[in-house]
Design a protein around this ligand. Sequence first.
Ligand SMILES: *[C@@H]1O[C@H](CO)[C@@H](O)[C@H](O)[C@H]1NC(C)=O
Ligand SMILES: *[C@@H]1O[C@H](CO)[C@@H](O)[C@H](O)[C@H]1NC(C)=O
Ligand SMILES: *[C@@H]1O[C@H](CO)[C@@H](O)[C@H](O)[C@H]1NC(C)=O
Ligand SMILES: *[C@@H]1O[C@H](CO)[C@@H](O)[C@H](O)[C@H]1NC(C)=O
Ligand SMILES: *[C@@H]1O[C@H](CO)[C@@H](O)[C@H](O)[C@H]1NC(C)=O
Length: 488
Amino acid sequence: MAVRVTPVRLAALLVTMSCARALALQRNHILGRATRGFSESKRVYYRTLYFDQQIDHFGFLENGLFKQRYLLSDQHWRQNGPILFYTGNEGDITWFCNNTGFTWDVAEEMGAMLVFAEHRYYGESLPFGEESYSNAKYLNYLTSEQALADFAVLIKSLKASVTGAQNSPVIAVGGSYGGMLAAWLRMKYPSVVTGALAASAPIWQFTDMVPCGDFYKIVTQDFAKSGINCSKSIRRSWMAISNVSSTGEGLQWLSEEFGLCAPLKPQDVDDFRAWLQETWVNLAMVDYPYEANFLQHLPRWPVKVVCTHLQFDSGVTDRQLLHGVSQAVKVYYNYTGSAVCLNMSETATGSLGTRGWYYQACTEMVMPMCTDGIQDMFEPQSWSLQAFSDECYGLFGVRPREHWASMAYGGKKINSHSNIIFSNGDLDPWKSGGVTKSLSDSLVAIVIPDGAHHLDLRYSNEHDPQSVIQARALELQHIKQWIKQEQV
Ligand SMILES: *[C@@H]1O[C@H](CO)[C@@H](O)[C@H](O)[C@H]1NC(C)=O
Ligand SMILES: *[C@@H]1O[C@H](CO)[C@@H](O)[C@H](O)[C@H]1NC(C)=O
Ligand SMILES: *[C@@H]1O[C@H](CO)[C@@H](O)[C@H](O)[C@H]1NC(C)=O
Ligand SMILES: *[C@@H]1O[C@H](CO)[C@@H](O)[C@H](O)[C@H]1NC(C)=O
Ligand SMILES: *[C@@H]1O[C@H](CO)[C@@H](O)[C@H](O)[C@H]1NC(C)=O
C-alpha cells in the first residue's frame, strides 16, 4: 500500500506482493489465453479467465455487469482438494501472482487449486472500461465491500461450475491490503471461505485504533539498525535541503546531484522532500534478505546498502551529506544502472494502481499517519483530517468517512471470528496497524523478526532467515488443520 506523505503528495503504497520469481513466462495458445512459466525448479502455469460480475452488489438500480479477470492454476489440484484464493489488491493481478510464490511452493503438496482474483478498478477489471476513473459517479463502486462481494460470488460460482470442486475448502490468501481483504472475507462470508492467511495486513491502521506515529517509527528503526549514524544522517538531511535549496545555484546543484529528470524550482522543494520520505518508506517495506524486484529491482538487504552511503559524523557539510543521500537514493532507483534520470512521480512499479488506492484512501481506507522528528527521522508533521479531506475533495469530489472501516469490519472487537492467521514482519512499517498478538486459538498472530512486507508470501529462497521458514511452516500447519476440520 502506498503511504500518504504530505497533504499534497499521496505517497505510501499499501502494497502486498509476491506469483513470479524467475519465471520466464511465455504465451501458450493451446488452451486459449494461457501463460506458462519456468523457475529454476518448477513450472508455473495458469489460465487467464474472466467472470461476469455485478457492478453493484448492494443496490438494484445499477444492473450492469463487468468482466473481472482471474488467473486459475489447477495443475496440482485433486478433486475435492483445497482452493487457495488470492484476494487481489490495488494493482495488476499478474504482478501479485508473480510475487506470491508461497502459494506456488505449496500447491503440489496440498493438491491445491490456485486462483488469483483481480480487484475491481485495477488491472483489466474496470467496471466502466477506460471511463472508470473519469468521474465520481463511475468511481462510486470502488469499495472494499464491493470487492469482497465480487470474491464471494466468484468463489460460489467456481465451486458450482468446476467438476469436483463442490466440496473443496477455500482458503483466502492475501498480503497488505490484499491481506486485509483475506481476513475480512473470512469474517463477512464464513460460508464461502474456511480460513484466511492475512499477511502484513494493517486492519487496525484506522482512526483511533493505533498511534499515528508508529508507522514512521518502524521505518526509522530499520534505518537505525542497518548502519552507523544512518537514521541520524537522514534526520539531518531535511535541514541540509533547506539550506542548500535557498539559492538558485543550490537548487541546480541538487537537481544535478540527484540526476532528476526535471530541474527543481523553489516551489518543488516540499515535493522533493516528500519524494525522499516515500523512498525511505518503500525501502523499509521491501528490505528483503535477497535480491528482488518488487517495487524496484534491489540488492539483498537494500537498507543496509543504502546506509553505507550515510555514515556521517556531525561535522559533515550540507553538500557532503546530500551527496550521500543521492547515492543512497540511487540504490533504490538505479540499482540496475539503467536509470537515465530520476522521475519524482515514479516511485514504484507501474503495476500498482496508485490512483485507485488514493481514491480508496480518500473514502473508506483513511489511515492517519504522523511524524514528530524525535521518535522518527522525519520532519514533524501532524495528522489533519481536514487538510486530508479538502485534498480528497479537490482530487475526486468526495470526502472521507474516517470511522467507517472500523465500523464495517469490527474494529478491535473481532474475537468472535475464527480461522485467521495474521502474519507481520518486524521490519515492515505496516506492522504498526497489524494484529501482532493472537486473539484466540484460531485467530493466530505470527511475528517474523527478520521479515519485511509479507516476506512469508514470497517464494522460498536460499537466503530466507530461519524466522520466515518457521512462519511458513506454522501457517501451513494451521491451514491444513482448518481443511481437515472442514472435510470431516
Ligand atoms: C510476471 O512475471 C513474468 C515473468 O518474469 C513477466 O514476464 C511479467 O511481465 C510479470 N508481470 C508483471 C505484471 O510484473
Ligand atoms: C544549515 O544552516 C544552519 C545555519 O547556517 C547551520 O547551523 C546548519 O549546520 C546547516 N546544516 C544543517 C544540516 O543543519
Ligand atoms: C515522469 O513520470 C510521469 C508519470 O509516469 C510522466 O507523466 C512524466 O512525463 C515523467 N517526467 C519526465 C520528465 O520524464
Ligand atoms: C557517528 O556520529 C557520531 C556523532 O557525530 C560520531 O562521533 C561518529 O564518529 C560517527 N560514526 C561514524 C562511523 O561515522
Ligand atoms: C545510473 O547508473 C548508471 C551506471 O552506473 C549511470 O551511468 C547513470 O548516470 C545513473 N543514473 C543516474 C540518474 O544517476
